[in-house]
Each structure stands twice: as C-alpha cells, then as structure tokens.
Design a protein around this ligand. Structure first.
Ligand code: B16
Ligand code: MG
Length: 220
C-alpha cells in the first residue's frame, strides 16, 4: 500500500527546468562567449547548482578555479531568480492542483523532493505549500542521482521504499528513485526516461484510476 508521493519540482510541477537552463546559457555566453547546446540541458536537470556547472564545463573542456566556479554559480542563481520573479500560481503545470487534491482524498502524504534550494520559496509563491506534508532540504544531502533526497522524505515518515512513489522529469532523478528502491513515475519523454516504471508526458496525463490501483497494490 502506497503512503507517500515524493514530487520533484522543476519540470514536474512547473516549467522551471527551462529557466534553470536559460540562466546557465546566459552565464556561459557572458563568461566564455560560448553557446551551450540543447543536448546539455538533460545533464543539468535534477543535479545541484554546482554539479550542473561542472557538467557544462566538462562538456566543453573548460577549466576554471574553484572561486570562479562559485562566482558563476552565484551569478546563475541571481539570473534564475530574476527569470522566475513573476512566477505565481498561474505557472503551475495543468493538473497539479487536481492531483494533489486527489492524493489528499486518498490520504496519501505528499513530500517535495527537489534538488533546488529555491524550491521552498517557489512552492510558496505558486500557492501549493499547503499540500506538502514535508519539504526535503537538499542543502546537506548528496544530489540526485544519489537516492538521499528520496530517502530523506521516506525516513521522515518512517516508511519503507515499497510505500513510496517518486515523480521525476530527469534521468538523474529517476535513477535516484530507483536507487531508493521506490516506484518511479517519469514525466516527459519515454525514450529518455527509460528507467522509470511508468511514464507520462505531463502531470495532466496521469490516469487517476491507474493511480488508485497502484496505491492499493502491494509491492515487495
Ligand atoms: P538551485 P529539481 C533541480 O531541481 C534542477 O532540475 C536543476 O537544474 C538545478 O540545478 C537544481 O534543482 C538546483 O537548483 O540552483 O535552485 O538550488 O528538478 O530537483 O526540482
Ligand atoms: Mg526536475
């Protein structure tokens, strides 16, 4: 029986994975006069701010000192915050509130399992904070694809992996859920999120009768 759903934020509840990548593209263009290509976006999804930067630098064989990296990460965060400064409940993806209402009716706990330090302020501004029974602080934890963020939510409620479902849009996030031995629902492209147990194009496409069955089944 499922008792907890752990939601990723960027790319699952709102479009903010795009704003994260736009901010990185601007930072790298300004610093190195280089256009980061679209295929790099997936590498930056779900991983921490500094790991996203490391992955971009690695892709283009760029080497910079630790302090320059820290500066770039800070500039990126300021740009990102500027890009989402007008975000409000209208930026929530279609079907998110309805899904939360459905889960509440089924007495399912809801946790936020985002790698983003901007997550708490964003859910506040999008007026969905009230639905969350727990918000994981990613600060001290190892970033996805490590399972720590998902384990933290599970442990907070003293649950077992087979009582939890994780919902993710990133390859690193799906890997983290599977390492935590939970059911993974992927949101996005089925050719990309191959490791997920179930894949939907978006939150609004999730089939509630299927979820009802999934919640009630016993998984070992
Ligand atoms: P911040 P998620 C992740 O959020 C983003 O996908 C990733 O691109 C970003 O680097 C990471 O949060 C850290 O975000 O810089 O705001 O702390 O997808 O796990 O909700
Ligand atoms: Mg995400």
């Amino acid at each position: 029986m499922i008792k907890l759903f752990i939601f990723d934020l960027d790319g699952v509840l709102a479009s903010t994975s795009e704003e994260h990548f736009t901010a990185w593209k601007e930072v790298i263009k300004d610093k190195f006069n280089l256009d980061v290509e679209d295929f790099v976006e997936e590498k930056t999804k779900g991983v921490s701010r500094i790991e996203s930067l490391n992955r971009i630098l690695e892709t283009y064989d760029l080497e910079v000192s630790k302090s320059v990296k820290e500066d770039l990460a800070n500039i990126k965060n300021e740009k990102y915050k500027e890009l989402i400064s007008a975000f409000n409940e209208n930026n929530l993806f279609e079907g998110v509130k309805e899904l939360f209402e459905f889960l509440k009716k089924e007495n399912i706990l809801i946790a936020l399992g985002s790698a983003s330090k901007n997550g708490p302020s964003l859910i506040d501004r999008m007026k969905i904070k009230k639905y969350f029974d727990f918000v994981v602080d990613p600060g001290p934890l190892k970033s996805k694809p490590h399972p720590d963020i998902f384990n933290e939510a599970m442990n907070h409620f003293n649950l077992k992996p087979n009582e939890c479902i994780g919902i993710e849009d990133a390859i690193s996030g799906v890997k983290a859920i599977k390492k935590a031995k939970m059911i993974a629902i992927g949101i996005g492209n089925k050719d990309v999120l191959k490791q997920a147990d179930y894949i939907y194009e978006s939150i609004s496409k999730i089939d509630y009768s299927f979820l009802e069955t999934l919640i009630k089944d016993n998984y070992e």
